[in-house]
Design a protein around this ligand. Structure first.
Ligand code: NAD
Length: 411
């Protein structure tokens, strides 16, 4: 199933529970705008390559559209469309005043030098600057992009429209960013995992966690969970997977990646295992924090963890979701689990517009409050109606967007 179809599947399941009329469903599913652009890249060796970039603006009923920018060789229009619609529901679930969008470039950032990455990013802004802006659509980091790309976006956008730090979030703290943005998605994943465990009658200390992906989201989630007493029994990135039933030393792994261009390759803090095995290990919580579709109909029956927290976007396919649900596995869906990033992006955008600096304590406090409020509400509703957390979370998001569409008089 393609990415956008998968999101629609979850959308319809929730819309059925809400008795949402077909005409409103059609309006809410269809993206408002899709843009495909050419990105000419002059390589360091003088050769010229032509890349393809995308920006999909899914829905603006609740505010300016918001969504990350992904650099990955698998990026295509369908994936960006699926991720853009997830952003519409995600921003509504945590009730921040945004719609949903997403962008990407089909390129492997590992194949680009720093200077090439900068040229790609600036060319992308040249191609999409008319449709982004602090009141229309605000990009942010996603897989393969980080604070440097966001600084280049702000700088390139300024060449067209002048000083506008609110055009992009996830910027370096020294350059109009906000403290706590970089850790926010992983911190939110950690915080909600502990909350979920609490509702399931478990305590963090001793809880065994298997974690796929050790980039921005995975590494910060690991840090938060280890500091909360969980045992990270396995971790992986694109270079390999490591297992230690007694718990991996997360601090040592973080130090290793810091010295090793962000990669775990060469890490000696556990036994190396094949990457696919990590997902099927004996663990209390499985956290996919890398790419989409990794838990699917091929391996769903072999997943042993009773709890899955979707730190990545769309890591569980609808087929797998059905099977896991029947087996009693609790899945915390992406549009809640990884909403910490967009929540702190909202604080950064508000800070940029107020020309006022927020402290890390304030950011963390407001993030924790926002996520806790959203989680508690969804947990109670799910229990009340005996529905999965995913269907309930989508219901909350869809209800808010549908209401905004109705109040705006769009339909
Ligand atoms: P990142 O580029 O910082 O890190 C990605 C990590 O995944 C790296 O460690 C990489 O080596 C690893 N990886 C890639 N392919 C893998 C594979 N086949 N097996 C194991 N590991 C693999 O990206 P990120 O920002 O941490 O994003 C990770 C996921 O979280 C994505 O799905 C993204 O959409 C989602 N997400 C990110 C944010 C954010 O704020 N960065 C917010 C919400 C959701």
């Amino acid at each position: 199933m393609k990415a956008f179809e998968a999101v629609q599947h979850y959308f319809h399941k929730a819309a059925d529970q809400l008795d949402l009329p077909q005409e409103i469903r059609r309006l809410l599913i269809q993206p408002e705008r899709e843009l495909t652009v050419q990105i000419p890249l002059r390589r360091d060796d003088g050769s010229l390559e032509t890349l393809v970039g995308y920006r999909v603006q899914h829905n603006s009923a609740r505010g300016p559209m918001k969504g990350g920018l992904r650099y990955h060789h698998h990026v295509d229009l369908d994936e960006v469309r699926g991720l853009a619609s997830l952003m519409t529901w995600k921003t509504a679930v945590v009730n921040i005043p945004y719609g949903g969008a997403k962008g990407g470039v089909t390129v492997s950032p590992r194949d680009l030098s720093q200077a090439e990455k900068e040229r790609v990013t600036r060319k992308l802004v040249d191609a999409i600057h008319q449709v982004i802006g602090p009141d229309t659509d605000i990009p942010a980091p996603d897989m393969g992009t980080g604070h440097e790309e966001m600084a280049w976006i702000m700088n390139q956008f300024a060449k067209y429209y002048g000083f506008n730090p609110g055009v992009v979030t996830g910027k370096p703290v020294e350059h109009y960013g906000i403290p706590g943005r970089e850790e926010a998605t992983g911190r939110g994943v950690g915080l909600l995992t502990i909350k979920l465990l609490g509702h399931l009658g478990r305590k963090a200390p001793g809880t065994r966690v298997a974690l796929q992906g050790f980039g921005n989201v995975g590494s910060h989630a690991a840090k938060f969970l280890a500091e909360s007493g969980c045992k990270i029994v396995a971790m992986s990135d694109h270079t390999g997977a490591w297992h230690d039933p007694d718990g991996i030393d997360v601090k040592a792994a973080l130090r290793h990646t810091l010295d090793n261009h962000g990669h775990l390759e060469g890490f000696e803090g556990g036994k190396q295992i094949p990457g696919e095995e990590l997902l099927e290990l004996e663990a209390d919580v499985l956290i996919p924090a890398a790419i989409g579709g990794v838990i699917n109909e091929d391996n769903a029956e072999r997943i042993k963890a009773p709890v899955i927290v979707e730190a990545a976007n769309a890591p569980v396919t609808p087929d797998a979701d059905e099977r896991l649900h029947h087996r009693g596995v609790t899945v915390l869906p992406d549009i809640l689990a990884n909403a910490g990033g967009v929540t702190v992006s909202y604080f950064e955008w508000a800070q940029n517009r107020q020309f006022y600096r927020w402290t890390l304590d304030r950011v963390r406090g407001e993030l924790d409050r926002t996520l806790t409020h959203a989680f508690d509400d969804i947990w109670d509703r799910a229990k009340e109606r005996d529905l999965s957390l995913r269907t309930t979370t989508f219901m909350v998001g869809i209800e808010r967007v549908a209401r905004a569409v109705h109040l705006a008089g769009v339909a």
